[in-house]
Design a protein around this ligand. Structure first.
Ligand SMILES: Nc1ncnc2c1ncn2[C@@H]1O[C@H](COP(=O)(O)OP(=O)(O)OP(=O)(O)O)[C@@H](O)[C@H]1O
Ligand SMILES: [Mg+2]
Length: 358
């Protein structure tokens, strides 16, 4: 039982008041919570951009039954926040601990745990009233966050429990990759895809935080934050907090955002491409060495090179040969290959393809 109690107590949506956030050198200001936690939606209404799931949850807040849920979608789109907020609204802070079992990838979730903890928790019966007399749903919620990291055997063990305990328990499975959840489980749940957040919505959220935190910023800086975070609001908020820390009282500018996000300046990418097109192999070697020495991640460079190549004046055959190499390099880098060698390999192909036309 201990792990589940721990599970329910951890990842709380409440800011951890007495814990200083990393990097604040132990200052004991209550404000030093990571902003992603501080601005995590506290109620379902505050969840932006995920209308379908919010509508279903609001119905169940009004007393309707709740189906088993499966939330999936890219990181930082509100999956964990949504179910935590809904559970808090359903049960209130006191009952929350008794009624919600939250297990994520940091908890042991092998088949044994599913058989023992989840089953035992699911079997507990529950009343339909809170201690304060207010009605509350006559079921418990088991949240299995990051469910795509559960073994197939553990997932299979859930099938029967889910059906058998449906009178008293609802499950909420959360994952990034729905294809990693076994079919019998997905068919027992209502599926909700969390979309990457729209640029405008992200901008609104960021502006709201800037205002609440009294930050000085330029419009371009917010635009850059939205662009580099690609629909991941957690990433955008984290970058904003880093920029604010780094900057103190000064204005947050586009350049600062770009620097924090580790984005390679487009001038540098263009110059690398020009070296591939018009210069010598020796110069190419130096250019790549410089970029890597300056600390730019090869993954970031190839992702930006990819975007640039698509826009370049090359023919389809050249573009396809280069993008094929980019895919290969991406895989090698993900497997831990040497950054310099991979970059050289890719740029050599760009050089060959570019000279083929001339
Ligand atoms: N739709 C949203 N509405 C409001 N805030 C959001 C939304 N999505 C993300 N956020 C912000 O981003 C933070 C992270 O969101 P959350 O933990 O819910 O993401 P997630 O979808 O569970 O991501 P992961 O797949 O990485 O676990 C929240 O604390 C909140 O500040
Ligand atoms: Mg999550």
């Amino acid at each position: 039982m201990q792990a589940f109690l721990k599970g329910a107590a951890t990842q709380s949506a409440k800011p951890q008041k007495d814990k200083p956030a990393a990097g604040t050198c132990g200052e004991k200001k209550p404000k030093s919570v990571p902003w992603v936690e501080k601005y995590r939606p506290k109620c379902v209404d505050e969840v932006a951009f995920q209308e379908e799931v919010v509508a279903v949850l609001k119905k169940s807040l009004e007393g309707a039954d709740l189906p088993n849920l499966l939330f999936y979608g890219p990181p930082g789109t509100g999956k964990t926040s949504t179910i935590l907020a809904a559970a808090r609204e359903l049960y209130g802070p006191e009952l929350y601990r008794q009624r919600v079992l939250e297990l994520n990838a940091s908890d042991e979730r092998g088949i044994q745990v599913i058989r023992e903890k989840v089953k035992t928790f699911a079997q507990l019966t529950v009343a339909g009233k809170r201690a304060d007399g207010k009605p509350c749903p006559p079921f418990k919620i088991i949240i299995l966050d990051e469910a795509d990291s559960m073994t197939n055997a553990a997932q299979a063990a859930l099938r029967r429990t889910m059906e058998k305990e449906s009178r008293t328990t609802r499950f909420c499975l959360i994952c990034n990759y729905v294809s990693r959840i076994i079919e019998p489980l997905t068919s027992r749940c209502s599926k909700f895809r969390f979309k990457p957040l729209d640029d405008k919505i992200q901008e609104e959220r960021l502006l709201e935080i800037c205002e609440k935190e009294n930050l000085k910023y330029s419009k371009e800086a917010i635009g850059a934050l939205v662009k580099v975070s690609e629909g991941d609001l957690r990433k955008a908020i984290t970058f904003l907090q880093s920029a604010a820390r780094l900057n103190g009282e000064k204005e947050i500018t586009e350049n600062i955002v770009i620097e924090i996000a580790g984005v390679v300046p487009s001038k540098m990418i263009n110059s690398l491409l020009q070296t591939c097109y018009n210069s010598t192999f020796d110069k190419l070697e130096i250019a790549i060495k410089t970029m890597i020495d300056e600390g730019y991640a090869a993954m970031q460079i190839i992702s930006q090179l990819h975007d640039a190549i698509i826009e370049e004046k090359l023919n389809d055959c050249q573009k396809s040969a280069i993008t094929e190499k980019i895919a290969e390099v991406d895989k090698c880098l993900a497997d831990g290959a040497d950054e310099y060698l991979q970059m050289m390999g890719l740029c050599s192909v760009i050089m060959q393809q570019a000279t083929r036309n001339n």
